[in-house]
Write a protein that binds this ligand. Structure first.
Ligand code: ZN
Length: 633
């Protein structure tokens, strides 16, 4: 038994009947057979938490809790009918029960009265969740995978804890810190940073390069610093493919350690990886892994909430902060070597409040180095305001509607599409644009369903609409789900004006390209691109005014599509910060960093932002290339 467990056990008196004590990743779980002690430990656990500075949780020994069927009946008796329970799921390993209810407030009862009763009567630890507005198959599947592999999870979490506490010494402060850029250095794509300390090795993101030819698709796994079996932890900032698509490959290569992210990121990341397997990437390029690897990734994922502090190795403690980029997207704060160094990795972030999300956080307990993205990092990257964008979109929709045409919006399934859905829903409800069907293609719909399961991650005004006014804009009847190929054909054949939202937003495959082929040759239709189009992508070629696009139909035959529909680009719906927001973010950072490292931008943008940041803030700045290593402490 690791030292810390022995020490904690020694502090628990014999009459408390502690039967077991183990790790659940960074958390320490104490099991007791003593019912009274479980129900009221008289502050003993809190004292231990204060002393060890670790999260310690007290749970009833499985032998004293009520059996499932009886407990379920008891719960239904205690919770009033009007709470409208949709599901009760028991988690025997954690002695907890999740109660999904349409009215969580009534399920919990005044000052938690109902929960207290459930706890006392059954000894199960109840957790109440709001029933998601839309059913999500992926969430059901992920739950099933975790449930079916409960024994594996228990062992995995205990093993993870053992590694975290393997070299447990109170108050250590020494060593060094080095970052290596395996991808995302002076480019947008294949983000992957290796952080090494004297004790541990962790990976920040592991994505694919969406616009590259075959050789430059993956991060530099052949970099001598990188050995998959030496990685202690992987942290995922958000689920976009350029940040997460290669994680199942790590697992396939033999990575057995934990993958940290928020719960929405886990679910969306799994969904996107499965989509990547089924449609491939660009034409003919298949995913380098299979469904089983995605399943294994889910089994190794540990979800954290924003601002929940967690040890992940003997000398690294992480905290995820809101990044404002996608639902559950995170900036990663690493507290290394007990205060030796503090590193913030922004991932992709938006420093503007959107309809969906709150702006990125800027306040951290400590900070010496920041790694910042620079997608729009150049001085001339002035994005139009949100108002200008909305007006522009409104005009395109109105004009196209008058012509009886369709508006195709290729969107990233995650983030932008939900933002645009909120805008369109509002415009139609207010009568600013004529009411017409909005067809939401499979992937975008699935991701929207995941959104409805995690309302806590929305910005306060949507949260309020959902929690207090029971108004969920995503459930509006203007949205129609397009699930099958047959449905898709119906949308294409219909004579009525409509709006179509489909992936991929970067036009590198998927339904958006199918719709484009079907609509491009008719001038009454319009296409609106609203996200970053990488160099070499179909979207960028259309933006550059190409009028004839060849699509291969078989290995040595291609067909030409003539572009006659209107092509528009609206840049300001970006869920990245504009240049001025990047600078404003750096300005607002509290405390001020001593070093700024710029990545995730085309070469000129990284260099431009690094140079401006140096002049403005008088600190060391870097714009590392891929394979560069940088000692930061
Ligand atoms: Zn992103």
């Amino acid at each position: 038994m690791a030292d810390i467990l022995t020490e904690i056990k020694a502090k628990l008196p014999k009459d408390k009947e502690v039967t077991n004590i183990n790790f659940e990743a960074a958390n320490i779980i104490v099991y007791t057979k003593n019912k009274d002690f479980f129900l009221d430990n008289k502050g003993l656990i809190r004292t231990l938490v204060g002393e060890f500075k670790k999260r310690i949780e007290l749970r009833p020994d499985p032998s004293i809790i009520m059996d499932l069927e009886k407990a379920e009946k008891e719960i239904k008796k205690i919770i009033p009918k009007e709470a409208d329970i949709s599901e009760i799921t028991f988690d025997p390993q954690r002695s907890s029960v999740i109660i999904e209810a349409k009215k969580p407030g009534s399920a919990i009862g005044q000052s938690g009265e109902n929960l207290k009763q459930i706890r006392e009567k059954t000894l199960w630890v109840p957790l109440v969740k709001r029933t998601p507005g839309l059913k999500s198959k992926i969430i059901e599947n992920i739950r099933k995978v975790l449930y079916e592999n409960n024994d594996y999870r228990t062992k995995f979490l205990n093993q993870t804890g053992k590694r975290i506490y393997s070299d447990w010494v109170k108050g250590k402060k020494k060593g060094w810190v080095r970052t290596s850029f395996l991808g995302g250095g002076r480019q947008v794509g294949r983000s992957c940073i290796l952080v090494q300390t004297s004790e541990s090795r962790v990976l920040l993101d592991c994505g694919i390069n969406p616009s590259a030819n075959k050789e430059n698709t993956y991060p530099y796994f052949d970099c001598p610093d990188f050995k998959v079996n030496e990685i202690d932890a992987v942290i995922v900032s958000h689920p976009h493919l350029d940040h997460s698509a290669m994680i199942p490959l790590l697992v396939k290569y033999g990575y057995t350690g934990p993958i940290y992210c928020t719960a929405p990121t886990r679910d969306i990341m799994a969904l996107l990886a499965l989509d990547y397997i089924s449609i491939g990437f660009k034409e003919m390029q298949n995913a380098p892994y299979k469904t089983i690897d995605v399943k294994q990734m889910v089994k190794q994922t540990i979800c954290l909430n924003y601002e929940e502090v967690s040890d992940i190795t003997p000398d690294i403690r992480i905290t995820l902060y809101n990044a404002g980029h996608t639902l559950g997207s995170a900036m990663v704060h690493l507290h290394i070597g007990n205060g030796l160094h503090n590193l913030l990795y922004t991932g992709d972030f938006n420093f503007e409040r959107t309809r969906l999300l709150a702006p990125a956080s800027t306040k951290f307990p400590r900070l010496e180095t920041v790694i910042i993205e620079s997608t729009y990092g150049a001085k001339d990257d002035i994005l139009p305001t949100r108002k200008e964008c909305e007006d522009y979109l409104l005009k395109i929709i109105k004009d196209t509607n008058k012509r009886g045409g369709k508006v195709l919006m290729p969107v990233l399934g995650v983030g932008r599409s939900q933002e645009v859905m909120l805008i369109l829903e509002e415009l139609m409800t207010k009568g600013t644009i004529p009411k017409m069907p909005i067809y939401v293609q499979g992937m975008v719909w699935d991701i929207t369903a995941i959104h409805t399961a995690y309302p806590d991650f929305f910005n306060p005004s949507i949260r309020k609409a959902i929690f207090h006014e029971n108004k969920n804009p995503f459930l509006s009847d203007v949205f129609t789900h397009v699930g099958s190929h047959k449905d898709m054909q119906k949308v294409i054949d219909s004579k009525e004006p409509c709006i179509i939202m489909a992936t991929s937003g970067m036009m590198v495959g998927g339904a958006s390209v199918e719709y484009f082929k079907a609509l491009a040759e008719n001038p009454k239709h319009s296409m609106v691109m609203s996200c970053y189009q990488p160099e070499g992508s179909l979207g960028r070629r259309l933006q550059n005014g190409e009028k004839e696009i060849a699509f291969s139909v078989s290995e040595n035959r291609s067909e030409i599509t003539k572009v006659k529909c209107e092509i528009h680009t609206i840049q300001g719906f970006s869920n990245h910060s504009s240049r001025s927001q990047l600078m404003a973010f750096l300005h607002k950072l509290n405390p001020k960093p001593k070093r700024i490292i710029v990545n995730h931008g085309e070469s000129s943008k990284c260099l431009d932002l690094a140079s401006s940041a140096h002049k403005t803030f008088r600190v060391e700045t870097n714009a590392p290339r891929n394979l560069d290593g940088l000692r930061i402490r």
